[in-house]
Structure formats: structure tokens, C-alpha cells
Design a protein. Structure first.
Lengths: 115, 113
């Protein structure tokens, strides 16, 4: 069966510090991968998605970046964190069945607080 | 207009009640639809897909009305454990590549004893 891992689970970082969040998926090949952010009391905002190694699409211009160095590894990074980067970061993977029909499965998330 | 809109609630209901959530979407060519459940400070989890003919899973019934562009979720005989935020999710065809989904803001449900 497929599983998705994220770490760390929680993180407290000062403004201006770098960030690296990691997500890995097991039990599937060539998944679509996604990074979302959920601010307190808000909905999910899609940040990046990837359909393959080295292929990254950005949804929202900001000081974050993503990379996919391996098929089942997705990394979210920042060189300098802002206060507004605080939130709940979720990684998800999907399988595509039929035409344009995808079900996404989420990792446990990383709760980031920027002080 | 938001792509996916939900009543944020909260819906406060007693145990055993029947509660219904509605969701509207803006892209009439959207192809697939889902309901996710998100517990407090947890990740969203797929509750059920929504099919054109409507579908039922135990106490949960999902309906799709393409003409009116809305999706509904009915929960019968509510349990305390049903307390959560319910997310309406749409997969519009223009986002076919990468299988991006559009999430509503969520409807909060609180079931009281």
C-alpha cells in the first residue's frame, strides 16, 4: 500500500532563516506530487505541483521554491522566511484514473511557525 | 466568484441529527468531485467521490447536480466523531495536466451530545 511521509512535524523558525521541508511517497511510481499551505482558519492554497522528476509548476509567486530530485521525493524550500510563511504545509500525491480524474492523498503535514 | 464555494458554518447539531452541506462550483465543465474530511490540526482525508448518479456510503450520501453546479453531502444519524471540517473539492478539466484540485474553504460541523 502507498504511504506518504513528511518531516519535520513541527518547526519554529526565526524570520529570515532558511527552510527545507521534505516529503516522500512509498508504494507507487511516478506519482503527481503537490505542496499546499493552509494558514490558520483558511482553506488550502496550492503552492507547487510536479508531474515528474525535475518538473515543477508554481501556482503562487512568493519566496518559496520546490524541487523533485527523485521520483518519490518532493522538497519545499525558502532562502529567507517571512512571518506570512507561517502555516500548515501539506504534501499530497495523486493517481490519475480515467480522464482528468484524480484523487489526492495527503501527508501528515508540517506545522511551521515563523517568529 | 470563487471557483468552489461552501457555507463555512459552523453547523452545530445534536447527536442523531441529519445535516446537509452544499457546495457550488463555477466551472461548468468540471469533471470530478470529492468530499474530504479534515479533523482539527490534521491533514484532509478523502471521504468519498461524488458520481453523477449520486452515491451512498453508510450514513453519508453525496449528490451532484450538474445543471445547477452544486454538490451536496448528507450525513444521517450524526455521531460525535463526525465533528470535523468538510471540504468540497473539484477537478476542473482545464487543470487536467497534473490533476490539480480546487478546494473549497470547508464547512465546520460540530456534533453535540
Amino acid at each position: 500500500s502507498q504511504t506518504i511521509h513528511q518531516w519535520p512535524a513541527t518547526l519554529v523558525q526565526p524570520v529570515g532563516s532558511p527552510l527545507s521541508l521534505e516529503c516522500t511517497v512509498e508504494g507507487t511510481s511516478n506519482p503527481n506530487l503537490y505542496w499546499y499551505r493552509q494558514a490558520a482558519g483558511r482553506g488550502l492554497q496550492l503552492l507547487f505541483y510536479s508531474v515528474g522528476i525535475g518538473q515543477i509548476s508554481s501556482e503562487v509567486p512568493q519566496n518559496l521554491s520546490a524541487s523533485r530530485p527523485q521520483d518519490r521525493q518532493f522538497i519545499l524550500s525558502s532562502k529567507k522566511l517571512l512571518l506570512s510563511d507561517s502555516g500548515f504545509y501539506l504534501c499530497a500525491w495523486s493517481v490519475q484514473w480515467g480522464q482528468g480524474i484524480d484523487t489526492q492523498y495527503f501527508g501528515p503535514g508540517t506545522r511551521l511557525t515563523v517568529l | 466568484r470563487k471557483e468552489v464555494e461552501q457555507d463555512p458554518g459552523p453547523f452545530n447539531v445534536p447527536e442523531g441529527a441529519t445535516v446537509a452541506f452544499n457546495c457550488t462550483y463555477s466551472n461548468s465543465a468540471s469533471q470530478s468531485f470529492f468530499w474530504y474530511r479534515q479533523d482539527c490540526r490534521k491533514e484532509p482525508k478523502l471521504l468519498m467521490s461524488v458520481y453523477s448518479s449520486g452515491n451512498e456510503d453508510g450514513r453519508f450520501t453525496a449528490q451532484l447536480n450538474r445543471a445547477s453546479q452544486y454538490i451536496s453531502l448528507l450525513i444521517r444519524d450524526s455521531k460525535l466523531s463526525d465533528s470535523a471540517t468538510y471540504l468540497c473539492v473539484v477537478n476542473p478539466p482545464i487543470y487536467n495536466q497534473g490533476g490539480k484540485l480546487i478546494f473549497g474553504q470547508g464547512t465546520e460541523l460540530s456534533v453535540k451530545p
